[in-house]
Design a protein around this ligand. Structure first.
Ligand code: RTP
Ligand code: MG
Length: 141
């Protein structure tokens, strides 16, 4: 299995709960390395652009409002099978359906405020990493 990268966001609810370190520890224990990272308060335009694929969905406006409600921590993670590994750590989109021990089961309150984002495939990961990071801001480790 080749090394892969994925884009991860610790959403405003989890930043507000002060569990950034606990979430990073889960990445590290699973063998995922942080190869890029920044804290940012997204503009409406940035959030709308990032979630453009969902713009026709009924939850789009609520999603954008939530993502700009406070600062987020954005990182690129690298490891074997990183996209799937990261999604396994996150758990199901709705925390009520997330498996015990997953980030969303432990830290998320609702399907809207669900603690984390993760890319859903290798090709979307590439685009999402480029959306937030210049090539010089992503490091080989
Ligand atoms: P994410 O993109 O944030 O990692 O989450 P995901 O892949 O698990 O879920 P996705 O289908 O991509 O949806 C993006 C975010 O929109 C919100 N959502 N709300 N009310 C709803 O039915 C609904 N469905 C999705 C969630 O906050 C989800 O993370
Ligand atoms: Mg998604």
């Amino acid at each position: 299995m080749a090394l892969e990268r994925t884009l991860s966001i610790i959403k405003p609810d989890a930043v507000a709960k002060n569990v950034i370190g606990e979430i990073y520890a889960r990445f590290e224990k699973a063998g995922l390395k942080v190869v890029a990272a920044k804290m940012k308060h997204l503009s409406r335009k940035e959030a709308e652009g990032f979630y453009a694929v969902h713009r026709e969905r009924p939850f789009f406006n609520a999603l954008v409002e939530f993502m700009i409600s406070g600062p987020v921590i954005i990182q690129a993670l690298e490891g074997e099978n990183a996209v799937l590994k990261h999604r396994d750590l996150m758990g199901a989109t709705n925390p009520k359906e997330a498996a015990p021990g997953t980030i969303r089961a432990d830290f998320a309150d609702s399907i809207d405020a669900n603690a984390v984002h993760g890319s859903d495939a290798a090709d979307t990961a590439k685009n999402e990493i480029a959306y937030f990071f210049a090539e010089t801001e992503v490091f080989t480790r």
